[in-house]
Design a protein around this ligand. Sequence first.
Ligand SMILES: Cc1cc2nc3c(=O)[nH]c(=O)nc-3n(C[C@H](O)[C@H](O)[C@H](O)COP(=O)(O)OP(=O)(O)OC[C@H]3O[C@@H](n4cnc5c(N)ncnc54)[C@H](O)[C@@H]3O)c2cc1C
Length: 362
Amino acid sequence: MDRRLFLGSAAATLALPGCATTGVRTAARTGCLPPVLVSPERVIRTVAGLRPYRAPGFVVRAEALGDKRLVHNYGHGGSGITLSWGSSKLATTLGLQGHRGPAAVIGAGVMGLTTARLAQEAGFQVTIYTKALTPDTTSNIAGGQFHPVGHYDRSQVTPEWQAQFLAALDYSWRRFQIMVGDDYGIRWLPTYVERNGGPERPLLPTFPPDNRALGPGDHPFPVANMTRYTTLYVETGRFLRELTRDVQIAGGAIRVRDFRTPGDIAALPERLVFNCTGLGARDLFGDTELHPIRGQLAILIPQPEVRYAFQGAAGYMFPRADGILLGGTWEQDVWDATPQGEDIARILASHKELFAGFRCTA
Ligand SMILES: Cc1cc2nc3c(=O)[nH]c(=O)nc-3n(C[C@H](O)[C@H](O)[C@H](O)COP(=O)(O)OP(=O)(O)OC[C@H]3O[C@@H](n4cnc5c(N)ncnc54)[C@H](O)[C@@H]3O)c2cc1C
């Protein structure tokens, strides 16, 4: 199931009978959850961002640029947070091999920051050059669920790319696990997924864990088919802020700069350059396979008692310390990164209906 809201399809969710009788209530009690309180008055902010989507998959590749080695690391669609550590691991392994001297990273989203950290951990001096910093990046808008969805078209990728993707996923999965805690804003949550056909297809031997179909007594949602798995959720603002500090504490420099052409990059003093410009790579390197896919979120007042996530026909709900995120939309080739009132109203309405239909509450 993608993190997409099929707007308008909320009405298709099946209302199940409420737990009015003692028998049903007893059976359902183990599966009761605190509902999210959805109303326009509880909205604290709305945001929209452009996912850097590439149907043939993300790009990790090295090429020569004059006397430099240029390593690309961009195009992760709706999964850039998920794949960040792993994709940047592939990129740094490729770039740092045999390299001596400082390295440059273009971009300070999640790819630029994780690439910079991995290069520093390998002992290299790093300068990040970037047009925008946290919080003014797409990465800062991301919901932060660890699950690789919405980043490629299965019919357009090669077996070699698939192997690269799974290697990135594996490294990321292990790296995020050792960062769990309040300092980076990363935590485990059970995720309820409305889907037919049973549990998620496992992508790694250990991902996703706790992955199973649920019976009606195991959950309160008013939907016909429900599964559940457990995964990590990243409070992206806090995570990116901490990564930026980590880069600086390790002696990294950050310079604000907008690159217009590869020639601008060729003039940098560093002989190794990582291109982590996300959607910016489309103009900078003429990659017309890159397309924006807009996503919009309504964020509600935090509810610390809500310790589960949801995905389904109504959209998705990720609870974070900085607010309850309700998403989202999947709008192809839309370049305007501003929230639209009508879409936000639909996101709120579908979630209001979902949580109002809870069969029992904890
Ligand atoms: C609504 C929404 C929800 C999402 N939810 C999730 C989720 O739950 N899980 C998940 O894994 N992913 C999610 N994503 C996807 C994720 O946000 C992206 O894949 C990720 O942020 C891409 O990171 P990046 O570093 O490549 O790009 P960016 O964050 O866009 O960073 C690019 C950097 O490059 C710089 N740059 C660009 N062009 C130039 C230039 N010419 N010169 C200098 N600097 C330049 C920018 O200023 C910026 O610093 C979501 C996205 C959206 C929009």
